[in-house]
Write a protein of this length. Structure first.
Length: 141
C-alpha cells in the first residue's frame, strides 16, 4: 500500500479494499470468502469491517507497547507530551480530552462544557465528531 508516495508494508489492504470489504459484508459475503478473495486472513477481514473488533485489537496493541519496567512518572510525562502534540496537530482532540475528563470526574457532575449542555456533547461524541482522524486509512461510511 502506498501512503504519501511511500510503500507501507504494514498494510495488506488499500483504502479501496477496505471500502469494498465493508460493502461486500453488507451484501452477505462471509469472512472466509472475503479472506480468500483479498488474500488475507479472516482476522484481517474482521478487523477492517467490525469497528468493535478493531477497537479491541488496538487497545490490546496499546497495552503491549508499554514496557513493564517503565516507572509511572515517565509514563505520565510521555503521555502528557504526546497529548500536547496531538492537540497542536488536531485541535478537536483537546475537546475530546476535556469531554472524557468531565465524564470521568467523580468530584462534580458534568452538566455543561463551553456553554453547551452535556446532552449536546454526548450527541457530538456519539457521531464521532470528537474523534481524531487516522492519518493512515480513512474509513468512509
Amino acid at each position: 500500500m502506498k501512503i504519501n508516495g511511500m510503500t507501507d508494508k504494514r498494510y495488506k489492504l488499500s483504502q479501496q479494499d477496505v471500502n469494498d470489504i465493508r460493502e461486500f459484508k453488507k451484501l452477505g459475503f462471509t469472512n472466509k470468502e472475503l479472506a480468500l478473495a483479498f488474500a488475507v486472513s479472516t482476522a484481517t477481514i474482521v478487523y477492517w469491517h467490525n469497528d468493535e473488533s478493531r477497537a479491541k485489537q488496538r487497545l490490546k496493541n496499546a497495552k503491549r507497547r508499554l514496557e513493564p519496567h517503565e516507572d509511572m512518572e515517565h509514563k505520565r510525562v510521555r503521555d502528557s507530551q504526546k497529548r500536547k502534540e496531538n492537540w497542536e496537530e488536531t485541535p478537536v482532540s483537546f475537546l475530546r480530552h476535556r469531554y472524557h475528563s468531565r465524564i470521568s470526574d467523580k468530584r462534580a457532575e458534568f452538566k455543561s462544557m463551553y456553554g453547551q449542555d452535556k446532552e449536546v456533547w454526548d450527541k457530538i461524541a456519539d457521531k464521532g465528531l470528537l474523534n481524531r482522524p487516522n492519518a493512515k486509512i480513512v474509513i468512509e461510511e
